[in-house]
Design a protein around this ligand. Sequence first.
Ligand code: BT5
Length: 272
Amino acid sequence: MISKGDIIVPKKIKDGLRTDFVGREIHHFTEVTSTNDVAKELALEGAEEGTIVISETQSRGRGRLGRKWFSPEGGIWFSLILCPKMSVKDAPKITFALSLAMAKTIIKMFRLKVRIRWPNDVLVNNKKVCGILTELSSKSGGAIDFIVSGIGINANTNLKSFPKALRKSVTSLKQQVKREISREAFLKAFFEELEHYYKTLTNSGFAQILREWKSLTDTLNSYIEVTSFDKKDKKVEGQAIDVDQDGALLIRLDDGSIKKVMSGNASVRVQR
Ligand code: BT5
């Protein structure tokens, strides 16, 4: 049972919120299967761009490829509806803009050591604090109809609520700053940051996002192992040398050849 004092109050986020559209409409729940599912239904019913769906817990929170996303109370589990005038192949760029906005928010609010791991993880002191799942609906002709970006942040979650196997690789903001954080203040700051980077992406293009993203990633110049989702979970190892203008990771394999991975799971072996 979640006590009333621990529930996110949307009004506290909206009061003084300096955005044009992100977070103007907030739907808050105690428990849902996945906020991405609820947001998708709302988008299909014509919800406005910038609409947010937040839940205190999720019974079937998911990561990429249907992996389980643990969503105990104290976290921030939410989805955002976006309607960018982009083609489907550009959708991964949204995840770059969101992870950059997340990293910037954590740095500005808590001055922690934050790194972004290609393509969708935000780490604090080398442990995962946030994951992003971008799903989309497309129109005929390859244009995006809408995007639902699901963002999970271990804000005030207790590490004991995670399975033992995960505890070594995850952290929460509470654990890092050694006090409970205001989830409303965090979301307000994040919504402002994310609208800024989303507008940068849609008005000025990906180059500026990528430049800032590169200054915060731990993946480039490291020796990494990547499980590629492009072709049936194939594992590759090598030196991560660049992220190209589509968001694909370029890896120099041990035989000197260059491998391009559009989507996958990276872990850093040696940081250079
Ligand atoms: C992600 O997937 O990192 C995307 C997570 C997105 C979660 C949000 S919460 C709101 C919205 N609603 C949803 O149902 N989802 C979104 P991926 O890169 O595939 O990472 C999944 C892996 O992260 C799992 O296999 C675990 O190893 C690990 N993991 C699971 N729960 C975690 C947590 N709470 N914190 C950190 N790591 C976790």
